[in-house]
Design a protein around this ligand. Structure first.
Ligand SMILES: [Zn+2]
Length: 136
């Protein structure tokens, strides 16, 4: 039987600045340019669309679709744990993230699969955004 995938252990795949950390409620955030409205992610000091510094943090709905993925069945080190899926997700707001897919069977994953964010505490100071199938 194929295992349901969990998060990759030990290697954060997304800058922690993208999410609020406890005690604030977790939410996925990205930067929107006040000049040209380009969505910017990963966090930056200058807009990738127009070089403006008028960037504003906004809350993402955390929904999108899988652009591409790979299932790592043999991690580089044994302590990295069970198989996991590394994926590129296109968020509906117009930005793209490198992340892990969780709570999904490897055979279920496909390009265009709808996903939603699954914020998980990793230690006491970080919350990382993983993605799970959007079955709603
Ligand atoms: Zn801009």
């Amino acid at each position: 039987m194929t295992p349901v995938l969990g998060p990759q252990i030990g290697v954060p795949v997304t800058p922690a600045a993208s999410v609020r950390v406890p005690p604030e409620p977790g939410e996925l955030r990205y930067q929107r340019c006040g000049a040209c409205e380009t969505a910017n992610f990963a966090p930056t000091e200058m807009c990738r669309g127009c070089s403006s510094r008028a960037l504003q943090w906004v809350t993402s709905a955390g929904r999108g679709s899988v652009y591409s993925w790979t299932v790592v069945r043999r991690p580089a080190a044994r302590e990295l744990g069970d198989p996991y899926a590394v994926a590129i997700v296109d968020l509906d707001e117009g930005y793209r993230m490198l992340t892990n897919l969780v709570e999904v069977e490897p055979t279920e994953i496909h390009s265009g699969m709808r996903v939603r964010v699954d914020l998980r505490p990793m230690g006491e100071e970080r919350v990382l955004p993983f993605f799970t199938p959007d079955r709603s």
